[in-house]
Design a protein around this ligand. Structure first.
Ligand code: R5P
Length: 327
């Protein structure tokens, strides 16, 4: 039996896409539940097929999917899952996308560009989703793209608690790798006992993808343990460049902390050799062995997602998980 029934006769159905089944299993374990069995395969021409093996009629369904590369494949599978649930009379459908796809395309930099992050929300809604749950969105405004309730969960307290256990917080400076993340760095600073802030001045040619140039650091980091934070690490260019600037300016040590380990090539090589003493991420995305390196620590996001799913299912308060705070 893979559905749980409470005294109010509500049924929870946990569904997992194919991208990161381990995370879905961890979430199910947190909830004392099981992932509903399903079949998913690809036809010869690349079309995806999905079918759930048990009834979802009247269930509150949670469609858990991660979005590593090839992101479009996993997105399409998730959309098909939502469509299947809608046609099978699920009572409610919550999309659980810990790493929101296309989040970096959240505004137009030039004329005739799309706002793909908005399109993703529209696709979820059109497929039949009632609600969206995600973790550390690239920008908080993405919450407004989805026409319905959005649970924007924060991994920062989890990451900060771990980092605080590893450093002397009196000697810590929180560093944002660019000006855009200073607000988030402030949240970090608060969690690390009011640590001072610094930021790296980074420039990017919007015509050249995956290339960032870190120029200089603003703030006092000499002799300090720098906690360098970001929402995601993709190719590692931004973060490795920032580590170099910090070391060149006299940082004693650098610990990198980011929520989403995208780790496109050559991230593993860059991160493993950039001079940071530790790289701390969560498992919102799966990591292959060739994406891992020696000083990498991966924290599980499953307890947080499990608690949030339980609050949604019980019609409780997701905000209460963060003591009323939001990004
Ligand atoms: C940028 O705004 C993001 O927050 C990340 O800093 C960036 O996307 C990371 O990309 P990469 O690791 O390829 O430099």
């Amino acid at each position: 039996m893979t559905e749980i029934t409470n005294p109010g006769e509500k049924k929870m159905a946990l569904l997992s896409g194919s991208a990161h089944p381990e995370l879905a299993q961890q979430i199910a374990a947190e909830l004392g539940n099981e992932v509903l069995p399903s079949s998913s395969y690809v036809f010869a021409n690349g079309e995806r097929y999905v079918r759930f093996e048990e009834s979802v009629r009247g269930a509150d369904a949670f469609v858990i999917q991660a979005h590593p590369a090839p992101i479009n494949e996993w997105l399409m599978e998730q959309l098909i899952m939502i469509d299947s649930l809608k046609r099978a009379s699920a009572r409610s459908i919550t999309v659980v996308s810990p790493f929101y796809p296309y989040a970096r395309q959240d505004k137009k930099h030039k004329g005739r560009e799309p706002i793909s992050a908005r399109l993703i929300s529209d696709l979820y809604k059109t497929a039949g989703a009632d609600r969206l749950m995600s973790v550390d969105l690239h920008t908080a405004q993405i919450q407004g793209f989805f026409d319905g309730p959005v649970d924007h969960l924060m991994a920062i307290p989890l990451l900060a608690e771990y980092v605080a256990s590893k450093v002397d917080t009196k000697n810590v400076t929180v560093v944002s790798p660019d000006t855009g993340r200073v607000r988030v760095a402030e949240e970090w600073a608060e969690l690390l006992g009011g640590a001072p802030l610094a930021f790296v001045h980074k420039t990017r040619d919007i015509n050249v993808p995956n290339q960032a140039i870190s120029k200089t650091v603003v703030g006092d980091i000499e002799g300090r343990t720098c906690v360098l934070i970001d929402d995601m690490i993709d190719t590692g260019g931004t973060i490795a460049g920032a580590v170099k600037v910090l070391k060149d300016n006299g940082a004693k040590d650098v610990i990198i902390a980011a929520t989403h380990a995208v780790f496109s090539h050559p991230a593993a090589e860059r991160l493993g050799s950039c001079g940071a003493s530790e790289v701390v991420v969560t498992n919102t995305l799966p990591l292959r062995d060739d994406q891992k390196f020696e000083n990498l620590t991966v924290l599980s996001i499953a307890p947080l997602l499990g608690r949030a799913i339980k609050e949604v299912f019980d019609e409780g308060s997701v905000t209460s998980l963060f003591e009323g705070k939001a990004h």
